[in-house]
Design a protein around this ligand. Structure first.
Ligand code: UDP
Ligand code: MG
Length: 330
């Protein structure tokens, strides 16, 4: 039977959050009065998360399924692993840490019912540490200016997608995806709605500062060439002004003879230019690295085990390239 709604939840070391999530998620979904499936994706957890997922799949064989990935591939690839298996005509993503209240799922579904094919969300009264809020606002504004993707609040993963959008996403083979941005590029009617936001129920964010920086680079390099163009254009401006500066120095040399003063100014200028070159190289490297990963075309994730109803979606593409799915009916 094809469920009306698929709920996709990536899980990475969430043993403390999961029992609380189960306690709120299922009643919230039952209250909607629609058929649904929940697809949990364990993203290489090293704690008791897999055990808890086994428990919930056994307890709710009609609604719960779980994919156990062989190793940690990151939240977005984990979501794509579930997209390939999702059967619902509407697909909703949610975090496992209860920062996105399950009670808000109804509002996202309502927006889809009203004709949207992509539903983004904007967190009201955002929870979280101040520097994350600040960095997120700053990165949001850079992304708004460098890509054509309009996502007011890129950090909130409670989102809804129509089947058609998920089918299009499933046809992509990106190795560094940012799911909402990728989906947005296929949307015809994208809307955003406000949703409540809560503090993480347990533990701290699974993203390190480095992980967060990588994710934002994925977002910028995956959907725009503007970072490269900024460097090529500033390269032109810097080269032109350096030429003028050299001409000026040459004229001074002819008029006043050799001068030693201003040595440190020159050092300063040289270091600034070296800094620009290194930064530019770094940006080029970010693109080249991703191209390298893409052309290697290794499996993006490996499914070690599948828990629950194994009835694969007829629409699931064979894009897991080499995944060793071991189906295990509950
Ligand atoms: N997550 C994941 N793989 C990772 C990091 C995170 O599947 O490598 C999951 C995590 O379990 C949670 C969701 O992605 O369900 C969001 O992660 P987190 O709450 O740590 O991120 P934040 O809220 O700080 O953006
Ligand atoms: Mg969170």
């Amino acid at each position: 039977m094809t469920p009306d709604v698929s709920i996709v939840i990536p899980v990475f070391n969430e043993e403390e959050s999961l029992p609380l999530l189960f306690a709120r998620l299922y009643p919230a979904l039952d209250a909607l009065g629609r058929s649904y499936e929940v697809i949990f994706v364990d993203d290489g957890s090293s704690d008791r998360s897999v055990e808890l997922l086994r428990f919930t799949v056994a307890a709710r064989p009609d609604n719960a399924r779980a994919l156990i990935l062989a190793h940690n591939v990151g939240q977005h690839l984990a979501i794509l692993a579930a997209f390939a298996r999702a059967r619902g005509s509407r697909i909703i993503t949610l975090d496992a840490d209860l920062q996105n209240p399950p009670e808000e799922i109804g509002a996202v579904l309502q927006a889809l019912d009203d004709g949207a094919d992509y539903v983004g969300t904007i967190r009201q009264f955002r929870e979280g540490v101040w520097w994350r809020r600040f960095a997120s606002r700053w990165l949001n504004s850079i992304r708004e200016h460098t890509t054509r993707i309009h996502i007011t609040d890129q950090g909130c993963m409670l989102r809804g997608y129509d089947r058609r959008i998920v089918d299009a996403v499933n046809r992509c083979q990106e190795v560094s995806p940012f799911v909402p941005a990728l989906a947005y590029t296929f949307a015809r009617r994208a809307v955003e709605i406000p949703v409540k936001h809560e503090a993480r129920v347990a533990g701290t964010s699974r993203y390190s500062g480095y992980g967060l920086a990588r994710l934002n680079f994925d977002l910028m390099t995956g959907y725009s060439l503007i970072p490269l163009q900024v460097f090529s254009l500033s390269g032109v401006v810097i080269a032109a002004s350096s030429l003028l500066f050299v001409l000026y120095l040459a004229i001074r040399r002819l008029v006043f003879g050799p001068e030693a003063e201003g040595l440190f100014t020159l050092f300063g200028i040289a270091f600034f230019l070296m800094g620009c070159v290194l930064l530019g190289l770094g940006v080029v490297g970010e693109y080249v690295g991703r191209i390298f990963e893409q052309v290697r075309s290794r499996p993006r994730y490996v499914v070690a085990e599948f828990l629950g109803d194994t009835g694969e979606s007829a629409l699931a593409p064979t894009t897991t390239t080499g995944s060793t799915t071991r189906a295990q009916p509950s």
